[in-house]
Design a protein around this ligand. Sequence first.
Ligand SMILES: Cc1cc2nc3c(=O)[nH]c(=O)nc-3n(C[C@H](O)[C@H](O)[C@H](O)COP(=O)(O)OP(=O)(O)OC[C@H]3O[C@@H](n4cnc5c(N)ncnc54)[C@H](O)[C@@H]3O)c2cc1C
Length: 290
Amino acid sequence: MYPAPFEYHVPSTVAEAVALLGQWQDDAKLISGSQSLVPMMKLRLVQPKHVIDLRKVPGLTGISESEGALVIGALTTHRAIETSEIARSRLPILSEAAGGIGDAQVRNLGTIGGSLAHADPAADWPAVTVALDASVKIAGARGERTLPVEQLISGPLTTVLEPGEILVQVRIPLPGARTGSAYEKLPHPASRFAIVGVAAAVALDGKGAVQRARVALTGVGPKVTRAASVEQALQGKATSPESVKAAAGRAAEGLELRADSTGTADYKAHLAAVYTERALRRALARAVEG
Ligand SMILES: Cc1cc2nc3c(=O)[nH]c(=O)nc-3n(C[C@H](O)[C@H](O)[C@H](O)COP(=O)(O)OP(=O)(O)OC[C@H]3O[C@@H](n4cnc5c(N)ncnc54)[C@H](O)[C@@H]3O)c2cc1C
């Protein structure tokens, strides 16, 4: 099926893209990697009259370290993150999550900013970035603002981005000593989207107890969700296999689990616990090494 007819715009600056968005408002859609927008246009689920391509705007790609954070341009592809030396050495969770997204075409074209803006409830980046306390820089007609990813995504395929705003950067605080993070997912056999995906990030104190834990789940609810009960259960605890298993067993608490073609709500609660335990174990092992 072909998309409905549209006009194609190629701005060369963020300001130009913002101006075009302001001009065409709800009739316009930004395009980054095209991996979610084009299928939706072909199915006529969305029919923008104007498509604004961000790919010729300089400065929106790349990964660098700045002021204690890893700064990732919104148009950086999944593949660029998967293969980034700086990501691999400083935050290997990013490379492992990127490497598990879709197939080679999706990874070569799809972008981290497009994924966060699209806010698919089974996408990987929302869980990973929420667990890492990442924030996004957003450009709009009134200037720039910064928002934690946790506040960006408000529901399935829904964000708090205003119609005229563009996500331009993802900023991830670089972890200190005795910290570790890991991502575990059960991929859907066809799309590789997460049936369940769990990102865990932990920091240990000098005695080896958990000083801070962040656990974020994707695939099992309408949007990325922090597993607050798991985080609280780990706080201040030793990292024995028993305490990790007990904490992970609370992963489904507070989740809006629904049965669908991938399984019953009970099965998903089970998966949430199992994948949370796996992610925590690997995150803790990295924290001990680091
Ligand atoms: C077969 C297949 C398998 C996939 N498997 C996975 C998977 O396993 N895990 C996973 O996480 N994802 C998966 N995806 C989704 C993929 O990661 C997409 O790349 C991603 O969701 C959207 O990124 P994009 O750059 O392609 O955005 P686009 O498709 O270009 O845009 C998506 C939406 O975001 C908006 N948008 C894009 N960029 C910006 C921006 N900078 N600021 C504001 N709004 C913006 C667009 O207007 C559009 O509404 C899969 C996709 C396909 C087709």
